[in-house]
Write a protein that binds this ligand. Structure first.
Ligand SMILES: C[S@@+](CC[C@H](N)C(=O)[O-])C[C@H]1O[C@@H](n2cnc3c(N)ncnc32)[C@H](O)[C@@H]1O
Length: 177
């Protein structure tokens, strides 16, 4: 079992099944299409999207997280295409294009270049990732800079509204022109 498997087995990191605030904000008034949830965890964003008519592909390396998500999806009578995959594996590529990609609280910088290609023109990228010093943390301003040539619909860095995490969070909603 991985560290994340253990956390999900204990019922940690579920956030009451509620999505991070930028996601509901991002899809307000948007016609549902295809969505990719990167590092989907126990599925709070994938399920939120699927219940609103999005066709969701969810990827995470935690088998337990994926199992929890699929169990909850069955209970709620929605379908999610789930994949247990290491997003940091050398040679990993996003092979499809999506109307929406989301990344909540997972940082692997090489994915940004892939996300930029895999969001369809007119599609959205939505993220909330911690900021600070260290390999798994964004530099201040880094997320905004990475997508500065897209249309930024929302950007905020500061205390996370959803957890008492010791690092601030960068939130981004951006549209590929
Ligand atoms: C902080 S949790 C966030 C989960 C979910 N996005 C959310 O906001 O509820 C980080 C997630 O990243 C996943 N993860 C960590 N390293 C990964 C990797 N190399 N490939 C795929 N998923 C990974 C973990 O299994 C965990 O589900």
């Amino acid at each position: 079992m991985t560290d994340w498997d253990e956390r999900f087995s204990r019922g940690d990191e579920l956030h009451g099944g509620l999505p991070s605030p930028p996601l509901p904000q991002a899809i307000e008034g948007v016609t549902p299409g295809t969505a990719l949830d990167l590092a989907s965890g126990a599925g709070r964003h994938a399920i939120f999207l699927a219940e609103r008519g999005w066709r969701v592909h969810a990827i995470d390396s935690s088998r337990v997280g994926i199992q929890r998500m699929l169990h909850e999806a069955r209970e709620r009578n929605v379908k999610i295409e789930a994949e247990v995959t290491d997003l940091e594996a050398p040679g990993f590529v996003l092979e499809r294009e999506y109307d929406l990609i989301c990344d909540f609280y997972f940082l692997h910088r090489p994915l940004f270049a892939q996300i930029r290609k895999a969001v369809k023109p007119g599609g959205l990228f939505v993220a909330a990732i911690h900021v600070g010093k260290g390999r798994f943390l964004l530099e201040p301003g880094e997320l905004r800079k990475t997508f500065e040539d897209w249309k930024i619909l929302h950007y905020r860095e500061g205390e996370s509204p959803e957890s008492a995490h010791r690092h601030p969070t960068a939130e981004l909603i951006t549209l590929r022109g």
